[in-house]
Design a protein. Structure first.
Length: 444
């Protein structure tokens, strides 16, 4: 692989002759690597549902905590991963961050085979799954450097959206692979359910070991460290002084934070409210992930602030609809309402990320993408914990949804104030499609 010595994607001639080819190669290696990271990150959202079925004796709150802890750790690690690309290089960091996923994958596969495994060990393994959560920040920061501004929304939507698809992949594949004893000779004996059916819960983790190894090798030989992309921690950390870093963080928490938080909690919610339909848990994450590239694409065309405003409004309505159908006990209404909520959250994840490269200079936009993603990832911890708190204190999940609605209303107001109204501080998303982006000054 020839080394890249010069990089200027904003130059049309360079982009067409050379840049686009390199960018595409790195993007399509980044996507499956990020997908595996999301798979490992969200393994517990599925495994936690089945633990008590195979002999464990954890409380409902403990199970919600196991599903939530990877989010807490992953979100925290994103702050580290955000700056890693600038310090280490995109290629090297992708190899490192993909390889370490082997630790939780192997550990979970061993631990779930013994119902006497202490809860503390399970909690540690759940925390180690947070290693996968950190990858999103570094992956998006890296890919953002490869593309010109006019194509960043679409590229980031593809990378983030297909990477996010790992959530639905693990929620769809895991229930199926757990019923197959093909790997029993290597992975261990199965466990008996109360109805006499045999399952291999360890397959949920062991199945990803070989793909992780393959992608780490492919990344090492196929990706690039861009020249001029390296930055010190201090030079990147200046973004925390920018007002718009914090505004965009709030908006991304409302969109992606909802997506990843609902994804982590949805299997347990289904089992609690409609236990005969838990096999459909993957649908929400699938729709949200599929909608993310669409959100980036339409934002490139019509402006990110406009799209973000619409999806936040839909998320509020979707939450109200979920509340209504929980009260009615209607599974069809509950599912449709939740899928609309997922669809809007996924679209909003793409639209908010499209906004960032138009607000900030290129070298600041990369760490801002990772920084906002770090905060948003806490949604995968706080939303399951919020549901656990809500049902414990009020006996229902409804209170949690009212809190989410309030958050969306504040997000709509911030988006309108800073980016959407005619006299907004930055109106770049209205004029982006005409190729006349605005950026903030270093003082703001």
């Amino acid at each position: 692989m020839a080394r890249i010595n010069h990089w200027n994607p904003e130059n049309p001639d360079f982009w067409q002759l050379e840049g686009k080819r390199h960018a595409s190669r790195n993007l399509w290696i980044s996507v499956p690597s990020l997908m595996l990271a999301f798979i490992v990150w969200q393994i517990w959202s599925v495994v936690a549902v089945r633990l008590n079925d195979v002999g464990f004796s954890f409380t409902e709150n403990q199970l919600f905590t196991l599903a939530a802890v990877p989010g807490l750790v992953g979100a925290t690690l994103r702050f580290v991963y955000t700056f890693a690309v600038g310090i280490v290089g995109g290629r090297y960091w992708t190899v490192i961050s993909t390889s370490v996923l082997l630790i939780p994958a192997a550990g979970i596969g061993i631990a779930v085979q013994n119902p006497d495994t202490p809860y503390a060990v399970m909690l540690l393994l759940a925390a180690l799954c947070g290693l996968g959560g950190g990858n999103f920040s570094s992956s998006l920061s890296n890919i953002s450097l490869f593309y010109p501004k006019k194509e960043k929304g679409t590229a980031l939507g593809i990378n983030g959206g297909l990477g996010n698809m790992g959530v639905s992949v693990v929620q769809f594949v895991t229930p199926l692979i757990m019923t197959v004893g093909t790997f029993a000779a290597i992975g261990g004996d199965g466990q008996l359910l109360k109805d006499g059916q045999q399952v291999w819960l360890q397959n949920a983790a062991f199945i990803w070991i070989i793909p992780i190894i393959l992608m780490a090798i492919i990344a090492f030989f196929g990706m690039d460290n861009l020249p001029g992309a390296k930055q010190s921690f201090a030079s990147q950390f200046v973004i925390v002084k920018r007002k718009h870093t914090w505004v965009m963080t709030f908006l991304y928490v409302a969109t992606f934070g909802s997506f990843i938080g609902f994804s982590a909690a949805f299997p347990l919610l289904l089992k609690s409210q409609f236990p005969s339909h838990t096999s459909l848990a993957f649908l929400g994450a699938f729709l949200a992930a599929a909608a993310r590239p669409v959100g980036g694409f339409i934002s490139d065309k019509f402006g990110g602030a406009k799209v973000t405003s619409i999806v936040l409004f839909i998320m509020g309505l979707g939450s109200l609809s979920v509340i209504y159908f929980i009260q009615q006990g209607s599974f069809a209404g509950f599912l449709i309402s939740f899928l609309i909520l997922f669809l809007a959250a996924g679209t909003g994840s793409g639209s908010t990320f499209q906004m960032i490269p138009y607000i900030f200079p290129a070298k600041e936009a990369a760490p801002v993408l990772g920084f906002t993603a770090a905060f948003a990832a806490y949604g995968s911890f706080f939303i399951p914990k919020m549901f656990g708190w809500s049902v414990k204190t009020t006996g229902s999940y409804i209170t949690a949804f009212y809190i989410f609605i309030g958050f969306y209303i504040i997000a709509i107001a911030l988006n309108w104030l800073f980016y959407q109204r005619k006299r907004a501080e930055i109106t770049t998303f209205v004029v982006a499609k005409q190729g006349n982006p605005q950026t903030i000054s270093p003082q703001k």
